[in-house]
Design a protein around this ligand. Structure first.
Ligand code: ACO
Length: 331
């Protein structure tokens, strides 16, 4: 749910910008002047962020795309003429696309501010006008991951914001929280798993062997949900519009085998499919390399982090949980 609206009414129905507008303002009104203004401002933010690209790319060739995104974000000037949340949210697609192109030995491409962010991002990556179905699939994904309660990266952003550090510092920290495979970093390993399994008939044996070794199955389990993650279905529904993907049949077979094996291996713990499983299949289907999965998650989640930072700033309270000391006591 996002600001009182169900995910199934948003993903596949709203553009990324309209969903951001809904998250930030609580209203959904396609074609409103408020939404048009947001589209225009996010376009301008992309244009302004492009000036930071040379700084981000200088001497950072050995870093991953996510690390370069952090460098770019650190160097991003926040001008007075754009709201901070707009400047930051708009910068993500530009910095990620430029870092990805440079990592592949390609020159960065300037953003086209009049385009919707998702379409411009795909164009910035490939240099070509993307096919409409790929834009739709990416929009569906970005809307699905826009915000999701107090997950690890959002909590990180909240803690940093609570020290009265600025919004950019908070989102920088949040990006760091995405690097581990337990939050945000699972889709790459999901695809590795599908590659290793190769065909549906291998699924049960491969999964049994992984669980016997004590491995975690990526794309399954969730700290909060004790049911199937509803975002998994929102993303799987997006695959119905993908022209052709033989990964879907494999993914469905692996999912079934995993759920059967997990319910036997952990009968006391509900371990269901989470958002990252079909994220991997959907992002792969639109041709994104797995090195882009975590950065693209950050593009979607940035607006959510900014919304939480604003909310945190209004409380003016420092987040400082108490710890329980279990070490030796002085004699
Ligand atoms: N595969 C196999 N076993 C699992 C899995 C899994 N995916 N998830 C949890 N378990 C097992 C644990 O090994 C543990 O078993 P034990 O009690 O015998 O030691 C038990 O279930 C409980 O595990 P916890 O780590 O306490 O569960 P928690 O709620 O903290 O974990 C998490 C949530 C981190 C997402 C976990 O399910 C996991 O590691 N999943 C795989 C990684 C993944 O898909 N991450 C993406 C999450 S969605 C997102 O962040 C956007």
């Amino acid at each position: 749910m996002l600001n009182g609206r169900r995910l199934e009414d948003l993903a596949g129905h709203l553009s990324f910008e309209a969903a951001i507008d809904h998250l930030w303002s609580g209203t959904v009104s396609a074609g409103s002047s408020q939404l048009n203004d947001l589209v225009r401002l996010l376009g301008r933010a992309r244009q302004e962020a492009f000036a930071t690209v040379p700084v981000m790319l200088a001497e950072t060739g050995s870093l991953s795309i996510v690390e370069r995104l952090q460098v770019g974000l650190s160097a991003l000037p926040i001008s007075e003429d754009l709201p901070e949340a707009v400047a930051i949210t708009g910068a993500f697609p530009v910095l990620v696309a430029a870092a990805a192109r440079d990592s592949g030995g390609l020159l960065p491409i300037a953003p086209e501010p009049a385009l919707p962010a998702a379409e411009d991002f795909l164009r910035l990556l490939s240099g070509e006008t993307p096919e409409p179905w790929t834009v739709d699939a990416l929009e569906r994904y970005l809307v699905t991951v826009l915000d999701h309660g107090l997950n690890a990266s959002t909590f990180t952003a909240r803690v940093i914001a609570s020290t009265q550090a600025n919004m950019k510092d908070a989102t920088l920290g949040a990006v760091g929280a995405l690097k581990g495979p337990l939050h945000g970093g699972a889709p790459g390993p999901v695809l590795d798993m599908l590659d290793a399994i190769e065909i549906p008939d291998n699924a049960a044996e491969w999964i049994a062997s992984a669980l016997a070794k004590g491995d975690r199955l990526m794309g399954f389990g969730h700290r909060i949900y004790r049911t199937r993650d509803p975002r998994a279905d929102a993303l799987k529904a997006g695959l119905a519009h993908v022209p052709e993907t033989d990964r879907l049949a494999l993914a469905e077979a692996v999912e079934q085998a995993a759920l059967t094996a997990l319910s036997k291996a952990k009968p006391d713990r509900v371990l269901e499919t989470n958002v990252e499983f079909y994220t991997a299949v959907l992002l792969d289907s639109i041709g994104l390399d797995r090195s882009l999965f975590t950065p693209v998650f950050a593009i979607g989640r940035a607006a959510g982090w900014c919304a939480h930072v604003v909310e945190q700033q209004t409380t003016g309270k420092l987040i400082r949980p108490a710890s329980v000391y279990v070490g030796p006591l002085p004699v």
